[in-house]
Design a binder for this molecule. Structure first.
Ligand SMILES: Nc1ncnc2c1ncn2[C@@H]1O[C@H](COP(=O)(O)OP(=O)(O)O)[C@@H](O)[C@H]1O
Ligand SMILES: [Mg+2]
Length: 306
C-alpha cells in the first residue's frame, strides 16, 4: 500500500544532526519504496506543518527531547495522527534512566544500581566508590557521560573547574562502573535481532566513537558465549515488552566478562534508536537478511498494524 508519510527529523536536541541523518535516510528509503514523503525538520511550528501536510502516517525519526520523551507523541495523539515507534507513556519512561530502572528492575531485568546526586555535591565527596559513572538522566549518544576512574581523572574529589556534566546539569545519575564489554541488541516487533559488540579503537564508547567513521569496530555476531547472547536477546525483548515499546527499540548492555551471566547489566532502552543507514539497528537487520528499506517498511507496517 502506498502512503503519504511525513518524516519528522532534526529538532533541537543534542542529537539534532544524528536525527537529520536518520530522517533523510528513512525518507530516501520510503521514496524508493514508492511512498509519498514530506520531510519535516521539526521546529516549534511542527503542529502547523503536520496539519498542513495531512499525512497518513508520521515516521518519527527524532532522537532525544522532545521527539523521544513523549512530548511529540502526545501532540500526535491529540492531533489524531498515527505514528511509528513507541507511544506517549512508554517514551516518558524510557527516556528517563531512573524511571526505566524503576520499571524494569522489579520485572527481573538486571541494571546497575544508581542514585540521583546534586551536581554541586560531587565536588565535596564521591557519591559512590570509584570507579563510577555520572550521566544526565535523559540525554543520549553518550552526551554528558563521565567515567570517574580510580586514578582520579577529574581530580580527587572532582575539581570544580574540571570539564564535565556537573557544569551543565543540576542533577546527575551516579552508577557503579561496569567493567568489560559493550553490547547492544535491537528488537523489531516480537523479535530480538542479535547482539553486536562495540569495540572503540581507543578510549570508551563516547559521542565521537559512536559517530566518527572507523573509530569503533562493530562485531556481529558478538564473539561472546552463547549464554550471554541468549541473555541479551531475552532481556532486550522482555524490556521492550514490559515498557510497551512499539516497532523497534534497542537495548544497550555492559557485560563484565569475568562474572559470567551475573556480570550482564542493561544500561538503557532506546525507543528512537539511530536510523542512519550505518546505525546499529539497520546493521543488525541487514545481518538477518533485511535490507534498510525493508526495515523501514517493517516499522511502517508495525505502526499501521498491517
Ligand atoms: N554504569 C556504566 N558502566 C560502564 N559504562 C557505562 C555505564 N553507564 C554508561 N556507560 C558508558 O556510557 C555509554 C552511554 O551510556 P548510556 O547509559 O547507554 O546512555 P546514552 O547512550 O543514552 O548516552 C555506554 O554505552 C557506556 O559506554
Ligand atoms: Mg546508550
Amino acid at each position: 500500500m502506498t502512503l503519504h508519510i511525513a518524516v519528522l527529523m532534526g529538532g533541537w536536541s543534542a542529537e539534532r544532526q544524528v536525527s537529520l541523518s536518520s530522517g533523510n535516510g528513512v525518507a530516501d528509503a520510503l521514496e524508493s519504496l514508492g511512498h509519498r514523503v514530506t520531510r519535516i525538520d521539526m521546529g516549534r511550528d511542527v503542529a502547523a506543518k503536520l496539519s498542513e501536510a495531512k499525512p497518513d502516517l508520521v515516521f518519527n525519526a527524532l532522537h532525544g527531547t522532545p521527539g523521544e520523551d513523549g512530548s511529540v507523541q502526545g501532540l500526535m495523539d491529540l492531533m489524531g495522527l498515527r505514528y511509528t515507534h513507541s507511544g506517549l507513556a512508554t517514551s516518558v519512561i524510557a527516556i528517563d534512566k531512573v524511571l526505566t530502572k524503576q520499571v524494569l528492575v522489579p520485572a527481573g531485568i538486571p541494571m546497575p544500581g544508581g542514585r540521583i546526586v546534586k551536581s554541586a555535591d560531587v565536588h565535596d565527596a564521591d557519591p559512590l566508590p570509584r570507579p563510577y559513572v555520572l550521566k544526565p538522566v535523559n540525554e543520549g549518544s553518550s552526551v554528558g557521560v563521565a567515567i570517574v576512574t580510580d586514578a582520579g581523572n577529574y581530580g580527587n574529589p572532582i575539581a570544580r573547574d574540571a570539564t564535565g556534566p556537573w557544569q551543565e546539569f543540576d542533577e546527575l545519575l551516579a552508577e557503579p562502573y561496569v567493567r568489560g564489554r559493550e553490547l547492544t541488541t535491537a528488537v523489531l516487533g516480537d523479535r530480538a535481532l542479535g547482539v553486536t559488540e562495540l569495540r572503540p579503537k581507543s578510549g570508551w564508547y563516547d559521542y565521537d566513537a559512536k559517530y566518527t567513521d572507523g573509530m569503533t569496530d562493530h562485531i556481529f555476531p558478538a564473539e561472546i558465549p552463547d549464554e550471554i547472547t541468549q541473555a541479551c536477546m531475552a532481556l532486550a525483548l522482555q524490556a521492550h515488552r514490559v515498557l510497551g515499546c512499539r516497532g523497534t527499540s534497542r537495548s544497550d548492555f555492559r557485560w563484565d566478562d569475568e562474572r559470567g551471566v551475573d556480570g550482564l547489566f542493561l544500561l538503557e532502552v532506546n525507543t528512537q534508536p539511530g536510523m542512519t543507514p550505518l546505525s546499529l539497528v539497520p546493521e543488525q537487520a541487514r545481518h538477518t537478511g533485511m535490507s534498510y528499506p525493508a526495515l523501514v517498511q517493517a516499522i511502517v507496517d508495525q505502526a499501521i498494524g498491517s
